[in-house]
Write a protein that binds this ligand. Structure first.
Ligand code: ARG
Ligand code: GLU
Length: 725
């Protein structure tokens, strides 16, 4: 008994220290979070955030293309997201003549707004728990495969039975390691047009050097507009579509933020793993992260070199390079953060206590078994990452894999299927080759082949792939020479000719083309020697991970649990606050245009500053957006965010827009697996900087005029006065 009390006390202390941890489900705020949120300064109710009967904040939040978040900020469907979220679209509209990446783009009217095929936004209409129905007839006796198929059947039935409009979709996802299931009714709009973007020298200011780093000075925003059919419902692109009339749009605060202000971030965080056991975390930070970083170190060195020398390559590779570099740097930060905060030791301490709590329960020994499974899987996880990084970064292998998939698909579907599969394949390849350069890819391949064959033991590569490696003297350059001077994958035209033949010829030629032969060899070896044993362990891991989650929720009675991020709508809240990254250093919570000018390097590819912005700075011409003679740029707060939260609105105590989330701080990127409230901060562009750039820099005042600008601080009665009265 005493032991238990002691432990309970410890967990409560743990809880209060981490009050800002958590990505919470919006429909559960009333029961789990409202009280705490109000205690931290929130002035609205949970129902103002999520309500089924009236427009609420959630009606202004969208998943942007499935990879970012956006928010509606005007009655005419104007949407705000990050520059790096709009990047792919901006790049597709860019050429050497119209370089919107370099120069920015601003539609002067709705006619000039640019459509983006394939881009969509999704609203959440309502959320319901469906756990009981999802688990109907699912007994603990079923093995994982049988269980999953029983659940899948249930989910299909639930979906079918769910009431919805013809233009709505239903999505059901597992939460808490599949201990719970929630259903989402959604509306997806497919006509989303580019409205405006600053030049990269503002929207990506600081580029990779500053990425994941505070103090930050990036104006990471872009504007789109959601279009609907004349009935305001989702409609495919048509010039006749009209701007969406949203159920809610976010008012924009001109009053800025102060230290300790309450803020919340509302959006679609992608993936976190907060409930892993020790061995899984160890495998990530000591095995998988280092492997991925090693591969990308090499790939990025090559790509950066080419991009700095050649304008055409710089445009072609900009988006790919940004995404490769982004995760690469995050993993480095993650390893470092876990080390610095003693994340592994913290897991061990927790697990010791959990083990004591579990004694005498059905969960006794559970963690040991789970840890043992992860330990067994760890080496395969590392080889798997080497493989995935190889076929991801060597584009020729990536393309060859696509063709193999198409050929296999055609084989499965029968003799007449090839024409269709070939068309699909070519349609996919064409835009990729627009951004492909054979010399760049060859150098990437040279470097990565050497690493792959050195780091992955030959008995985990397999005979077919290793055979080719021996034929080319176990040398990356020799292997690459062969692939990149002979393969049909060198150019779109050659590839087109290669596949424009009868099915049997193509299927046979795959074995003679050096790139596809090599890719097949490596792929088959990987499937048999790495993927298979890795996957064989996964069902049992899933099962124990699910039981471990259930055990924690049962045994730690005082703890409120939030589910890991899974690209569903979440809210996280915290306070505007600096932090102490290391001994003797204290970071402030806000940056200004002064800092942009401090970092300014004329002509530099990361730190150049446009002349117009320098002029505005010199004249201190900040319009109504400055504060005390300064122009705020970015700020940080203790909101728990992750990838996918990019473009999420930062809201004040009243639900007004005060900032735009786009990053986390270096010391805190480990928050996906090891949240620590003392150093984990999210980074936002101050909304006043966004308005300043739109209005003063870009001359797009007509867009600012579309917004509802508010002064919550000036209007609200100061709390002190109210008390005195
Ligand atoms: N780190 C941020 C995120 O994870 C920003 C990435 C875009 N910026 C860049 N330099 N790659 O998405
Ligand atoms: N930049 C990230 C994104 O694209 C958000 C930063 C993070 O990972 O927290 O979603």
């Amino acid at each position: 008994m005493r032991k238990f009390l002691l432990l309970a006390g410890l967990f409560v202390a743990h809880l209060t220290a981490r009050a800002t941890e958590g990505m919470w489900l919006p429909h559960l705020l009333t029961s789990l979070n409202e009280k705490e949120m109000k205690g931290m300064g929130m002035k609205i109710s949970a129902r103002d955030i999520y309500d089924l009967n009236k427009g609420s904040l959630k009606d202004a939040i969208v998943s942007f293309g499935g990879f970012c978040t956006g928010e509606i900020i005007s009655s005419q469907g104007l949407l705000l997201t990050n520059h790096h979220c709009g990047y792919g679209s901006i790049q597709k509209h860019s050429s050497l003549e119209h370089n919107y990446l370099d120069n920015g783009f601003w539609a002067r009217n709705q006619k000039e707004e640019l459509p983006n095929a394939g881009l969509y936004v999704t609203f959440i209409v309502r959320i319901e728990e469906v756990t009981a129905k999802a688990l109907e007839g699912v007994s603990s006796q079923l093995d994982e495969r049988a269980r999953q198929s029983a659940v899948d059947k249930n989910l299909a039935r639930i979906k079918n039975d769910t009431k919805r409009e013809s233009y709505q979709d239903v999505l059901i996802k597992p939460f808490f390691e599949a201990n719970k299931y929630y259903l989402f009714v959604t509306e997806t709009y497919n006509d989303v047009r580019l409205v405006g973007t600053p030049p990269s020298s503002i929207g990506k200011f600081g580029a990779d050097t500053d990425n994941w780093v505070w103090p930050r000075h990036t104006g990471d925003f872009s504007l789109f507009r959601v279009y609907a059919g004349k009935d305001n419902r989702p409609a495919d692109y048509s010039p006749d579509n009209v701007p969406l009339k949203p159920k809610h749009f976010l008012p924009v605060s001109l009053d800025g933020i102060a230290e300790n202000d309450f803020t919340m971030v509302f959006g679609f965080p992608g993936r976190t793993n907060e409930y892993l056991p020790y061995e899984a975390m160890k495998s990530i930070v000591q095995g998988q992260d280092p492997a991925k970083v090693q591969m990308r170190d090499a790939a990025l060195k090559v790509i950066d070199g080419f991009m700095r020398q050649d304008e055409q390559i710089k445009i072609q590779y900009s988006a790919k390079q940004a995404s490769t570099a982004n995760a690469w740097k995050k993993w480095i930060g993650e390893m470092q953060g876990v080390r610095q905060t003693g994340g592994l030791q913290r897991k061990l301490d927790f697990e010791k206590k959990f083990g004591q709590l579990a004694q005498g329960t059905a969960y006794n020994g559970l963690l040991d078994s789970l840890n043992a499974l992860y330990r067994e899987q760890a080496p395969y996880a590392v080889y798997r990452d080497y493989y995935n990084e190889l076929v991801r970064n060597v584009e020729m292998m990536n393309y060859a894999n696509e063709l193999l998939d198409a050929v296999q698909e055609a084989k499965k579907k029968g003799p007449d299927a090839w024409a269709g599969e070939r068309e699909k394949f070519l349609a996919k390849m064409k835009p990729l080759y627009k951004n492909y350069n054979n010399d760049v890819d060859k150098e990437v391949a040279t470097a990565l082949f050497d690493i792959y064959f050195k780091e992955v033991p030959s008995n985990k590569i397999g005979g077919e792939g290793y055979q080719i490696w021996m034929e080319t003297n176990k040398d990356g350059r020799t292997t690459a020479n062969k692939l990149y001077s002979q393969s049909a994958f060198r150019s779109y035209e050659q590839l087109e000719a290669f596949v424009n033949r009868p099915f049997n010829e193509v299927a046979a030629a795959l074995w003679t083309d050096p790139a596809s032969r090599f890719t097949i060899g490596i792929r088959n070896g990987f499937a048999e020697l790495v993927s298979k044993p890795y996957d064989a362990l996964q069902p049992q891991i899933n099962r124990l991970q699910r039981q471990y989650m259930q055990a924690q929720m049962e045994l730690l009675k005082d703890k409120r649990f939030y589910p890991d991020a899974n690209s569903t709508l979440r809210i996280t809240y915290g306070k505007v606050n600096g932090y102490k990254p290391r001994d003797a250093v204290q970071y402030d919570f806000i940056t200004t245009l002064d800092g942009v000018m401090e970092k300014y390097k004329p002509g530099d590819y990361e730190f150049d500053v446009p002349e117009k912005l320098r002029d505005l700075y010199a004249k201190k011409d900040f319009g109504p957006y400055g504060a005390n003679g300064k122009m705020p740029v970015c700020f940080i707060a203790s909101n728990h965010t992750t990838g996918g939260n990019s473009g999420s609105p930062a809201l004040d105590a009243y639900g007004n827009l005060v900032g735009l989330n786009f990053d986390r701080t270096w010391e805190g990127t480990m928050s996906d697996i090891n949240y620590d409230a003392s150093i984990c901060r999210n980074i936002m562009v101050d909304i006043r900087y966004v308005l300043f750039i739109m209005d003063k820099f870009a001359g797009a005042k007509h867009l600012v005029d579309e917004l509802k600008l508010v002064h919550p601080k000036k209007q609200a009665k100061p709390a002190v006065l109210k008390k005195a009265a």
